[in-house]
Structures are given as structure tokens and as C-alpha cells.
Design a protein around this ligand. Structure first.
Ligand code: FEO
Ligand code: CA
Ligand code: CA
Length: 539
């Protein structure tokens, strides 16, 4: 398919066209048949209206390009002061989550993850060899998360640095552990650890806190000479309450956590879906032992301390428990595995290895997982995996048996596949809007953008994909990222009049700091690109 044809298909595609060109014809029909037993919508499905924007075309411009009628404003970028104390906004912003203040859509707290630092922009050069003590502190300070207060004033969205709430959680913050690995030998007996870093995506809880996920922790823990078993966890933060002890919930397992998505089982237990963003890694869910009590407020955080972690076996459509009993049983007489797995702490610390032992299916970089607010189906972005030729990735949809998130059986479909027939490649973070559309951002590696098989896609982008109706599974492009950037962490205000979005690593491939490949956000007098969070309006 040539580029012109590809562009013609954008915005005009139909399910039939998409299915024909992905080879998914027929599979779609089978899935529909299966939906009778595995998928009865328990909510009124909204009637999908026409999309509220004219899709854009791919571009390689050094700007955040949006459809006509939409605009963006940078609310915070790397190095900006966030509070009166002088704390600053960290590097490479990712997950965002808006918390209204007093129910307002025009003022709230915005949690923002900071995933990693880029030496050349943070230290002014690539560090060869060992980092100095000051550099390690700076590296740790610029990861973690920022809590900023944002307000939609007469000049649009801006940060309010007089906020009583604005603060940082960083690689230097003392953090408590909960769950089976707390105090265990396998993590050096620690019940408190230093800091959180590699914070990629995350998720909301039902009780008003947030979960931030530690993804590629290895390089920072090595550089800072920190025990790597203290990282790779899911971390809970209350943006409004500094006294709420920041905690890592070890019952949710230790791996390259992308995000969390919390739902409820039919019987009221809390369910947390999670992806492990690595090639040939698994999809997980945690089910709490206790039941959610709306009246208990933040005391519900205890639910994340005790429960069962499961891994998805796609070949059987089964969630397999990751308990020490099951892992030892699966190890049989393999002495090496039996020596490695002696307790539940060993299982959660070495989660990926345990998952493969019990039959967890290695998949293609499972990143964001989101539950459809309309029918409870579960969407998983499988970004890509060149180990077996999945260059453009796909989005998988799980149908839990009896529409129960507590169920241990599922069916699945390939909801949408990346490629020139769909117009997107490398789906990553996901979020839903009130019309049941799935919003996804893409993460084509910055070294591959605009070249070879990725040439037709232009820069990374943001796409809207209806999940019902005649355009089910068809992607429409809403945004195009600045040069070499990845768009991450989209989150709407409750009234869906504003979309917060992170622009991560613009100009990442820069080799000569005097000639950066991007200068986004093009601030007057600024000579470098800066990761930043924008507020998009026009909805
Ligand atoms: Fe940090 Fe999986 O993206
Ligand atoms: Ca991500
Ligand atoms: Ca990613």
C-alpha cells in the first residue's frame, strides 16, 4: 500500500477494510459468536456519535499538532518551579492523573510521573563511567513524580505555584513496603526503602489515591548502587495528604510494571490488571482477599496487601495463581527452581520467572491495560516485539467469563492491529472517553521514527478508536508529537473538556547540544528541548 493510499484510508476506513488488510477476517466473526457466552454488556452501550474532530494526517513537524479547533498549553516542563519551597518539575514526564479540588473541573491536583533522565540534557553531557554523588542525587531527584496544582484561569491552564499541596516524590523519598516481600531475606530484610524511580504509567484507586509503576529500574538502581530488588514495584501515593505513607505493595509482584487498572469482582473484591513491559512478558491480575468498602475510604489501601496474584495463560484462557504452592508444584524436581522459590516473597520478587514456570504466556510487550467503562471488557496494548516479527503491535481485548473481573477464565480478541492499514504503530498508553472511544498513544522508538517501515507514520501520535458501532477498531489520528517525542499518560478532567498529556523525550536523538534535533516547546531564549505536560482544550 503506498503512502497516498494509506492517507486516503485514514479517517475513511471501515471495519471490513481493516479486517481484510490485517488478515483478521473471520476471527472477528468468531469473536462475535463467542461474545454470547463471554460478553453480555451490563451497561447501556452509548450510541457512538460522529467523532468530534477531523482526523489529522501524519507529520514530522517539531510541534504537538492537533485537529482544527483544538489547542494546547504547556502547564509544566522540566526544571519549572512547582511550589514556594522551590521544588522543581522532574524529567521525562509520563503518566498524568487529574484530581479535582472540591469537585471542580477548573482547578485540581495533577500527578505526573517522571520516568528517567537523559544525561545530555540533565548533566549537559553523556556520563562515561561513574556518576558523582551530586549527579546521583540529581538523577534520583528528577525521577518519581510531581504533584502540581493546575488551574484554568483567564489565560487558560497554568500551574499555581502557591499551592499548599504541590510537592515531589522522588528517588530520595523514604518509602514503606507492604505485603509478602516486606522484611523478607530475598530483599535484604528491608521493610523501608529509598525512593521510587523509573515511574512509567500508573492508575487510579477506587479510594482516591494513585498507583505509580516502576518500569525500567535497572539502570538507575545500578548507577546509584541501590539494591535492585527494592524497585520494580507498584507504589501508592495520596496527592492530597503528605502524611499518607508512600508505600510499595509487594503483593502485586515485581517486574517492569507499565500501569495498573483497578476494577471490582462481582463479589466486591478489588482486581488490579497489570502489564510487564518487556519482550516476551506476561499479563497479570491481582485479586484482593478482602472486599472493597466504599465507607472505609483510604483504609481500603490495606486490600492491596493481601490477595492472590494471577498470570494469564492465553493458550487455556485461564488466570493461573502465582502462589508458592503452585510455583513449587510446577517446579517439580527442578532443584534450581526449588532453591529459588522457597516463599511467597521469592515468588513476588522473581515474578516473571515464576509466571513462566506456571504457564504464563510470554507476549509482545504488554503495556497499558484499561477496563472499558461501558462493558467491562479489558484492553491491553501489546506495543511490539521484533523477536517474532510483530513490528507494529496490537491491542488485545479480554472478555472475562460472565463479565466478572474476579473470573479465572477468559476469551480474547485482537481488537486492533498496528500497521499501515490502521495508520498506527506501537500502541502504548490507553484511556477511555465518555463515548466509549479508546484513546491510545504510540511509542515507535525515536531511532526508528520516519524511517524504513515506520516512515508512513511520521512522528509518534495519539489515536482515537471506537470500541462499538460501525467504526469499531478503526483508528483516527488526533495528535502528532514533536520530533523524536513520545506522547504518554493522557488523562481527561471529569467533564472531558480538558485532556492532560505528557510530551516525553523530544529531541532524544540529539548528538550535538548546540544543534538539538527538537527545541519543543520552543520557549523564548531556551536552547534545549524540554519534556513537558500540556493541557489540550477545544473539546
Ligand atoms: Fe515506559 Fe512501557 O513505557
Ligand atoms: Ca509507557
Ligand atoms: Ca512505552
Amino acid at each position: 500500500m503506498d503512502r497516498k493510499k494509506f492517507l486516503t484510508y485514514l479517517g475513511t476506513g471501515t471495519v471490513a477494510l481493516a479486517a481484510a488488510s490485517t488478515g483478521l477476517d473471520g476471527i472477528a466473526d468468531r469473536v462475535k459468536a463467542q461474545q454470547g457466552t463471554f460478553h453480555k454488556p451490563n451497561k447501556k452501550i452509548p450510541k457512538m456519535g460522529p467523532l468530534k474532530f477531523n482526523p489529522i494526517e501524519p507529520t514530522s513537524m517539531d510541534d504537538l499538532v492537533l485537529p482544527k479547533g483544538y489547542s494546547y498549553k504547556v502547564v509544566a516542563a522540566y526544571g519549572d518551579k512547582i511550589n514556594a519551597k522551590g521544588d522543581t518539575f522532574g524529567f521525562n514526564n509520563d503518566y498524568t492523573l487529574f484530581f479535582p479540588i472540591e469537585g471542580e473541573d477548573e482547578r485540581g491536583l495533577l500527578w505526573v510521573n517522571h520516568e528517567y533522565v537523559d544525561d545530555k540534557f540533565v548533566f549537559g553531557k553523556e556520563i562515561e563511567g561513574n556518576y558523582s554523588k551530586a549527579q546521583i542525587e540529581k538523577m534520583l531527584y528528577n525521577q518519581g513524580g510531581s504533584i502540581i496544582e493546575v488551574v484554568n484561569g483567564p489565560d487558560g491552564w497554568a500551574m499555581d505555584t502557591s499551592s499548599q499541596y504541590a510537592r515531589r516524590v522522588t528517588g530520595l523519598t523514604p518509602i514503606a513496603l507492604t505485603g509478602p516481600a516486606k522484611g523478607a531475606n530475598t530483599i535484604g530484610g528491608a521493610s523501608k526503602v529509598q525512593g521510587t524511580f523509573a515511574n512509567c504509567s500508573g492508575g487510579a484507586t477506587l479510594w482516591g489515591t494513585l498507583l505509580t509503576c516502576e518500569e525500567n529500574y535497572e539502570s538507575t538502581s545500578k548507577a546509584a548502587k541501590l539494591d535492585e530488588t527494592h524497585y520494580g514495584w507498584v507504589v501508592e501515593v495520596d496527592p492530597f495528604d503528605e502524611k499518607f505513607q508512600v508505600r510499595k505493595h509487594t503483593a502485586l509482584g515485581r517486574f517492569n510494571h507499565e500501569n495498573t487498572c483497578m476494577g471490582l469482582a462481582r463479589d466486591g473484591r478489588v482486581v488490579v490488571y497489570m502489564g510487564d513491559d518487556k519482550k516476551d512478558a506476561c499479563v497479570y491480575k491481582f485479586i484482593s482477599k478482602g472486599k472493597y468498602d466504599p465507607k472505609a475510604g483510604k483504609k481500603n489501601a490495606k486490600l492491596l496487601e493481601t490477595g492472590t496474584l494471577y498470570v494469564a495463560d492465553f493458550s487455556k484462557g485461564a488466570w493461573v495463581p502465582l502462589t508458592i504452592e503452585e510455583v513449587q508444584k510446577a517446579a517439580g524436581d527442578d532443584q534450581e527452581s526449588l532453591a529459588k522459590f522457597q516463599s511467597q516473597a521469592d515468588v513476588v520478587v522473581n515474578c516473571h520467572d515464576a509466571a513462566l514456570l506456571v504457564g504464563g504466556t510470554p507476549t509482545d510487550r504488554p503495556e497499558d491495560v484499561e477496563i472499558s467503562p461501558f462493558d467491562g471488557t479489558v484492553f491491553i496494548a501489546h506495543t511490539n516485539n521484533d523477536n517474532h516479527g510483530n513490528m507494529h503491535g496490537h491491542i488485545t481485548r479480554f472478555f472475562e467469563k460472565n463479565d466478572d473481573h474476579g473470573s479465572l477464565e477468559f476469551q480474547f480478541s485482537i481488537f486492533a492491529a498496528g500497521g499501515i492499514q490502521s495508520g498506527f504503530s506501537a500502541p502504548d498508553n490507553l484511556t477511555f472517553d465518555e463515548d466509549g472511544n479508546l484513546w491510545t498513544v504510540t511509542d515507535i522508538s525515536s531511532s526508528k521514527l520516519n524511517s524504513t517501515i515506520w516512515e508512513p507514520f511520521g512522528n509518534n501520535g495519539m489515536f482515537v478508536i471506537p470500541t462499538h458501532g460501525k467504526n469499531e477498531g478503526v483508528a483516527f489520528q488526533f495528535a502528532s508529537a514533536p520530533v523524536e517525542a513520545e506522547l504518554t499518560g493522557p488523562s481527561f478532567t471529569p467533564d472531558e473538556k480538558t485532556l492532560f498529556l505528557s510530551v516525553q523525550h523530544p529531541g532524544e536523538e540529539t548528538e550535538d547540544l548546540s544543534k538539538p534535533t527538537s527545541k519543543w516547546p520552543h520557549r523564548a531564549g531556551d536552547s534545549m528541548p524540554r519534556p513537558g505536560v500540556v493541557a489540550i482544550t477545544g473539546f
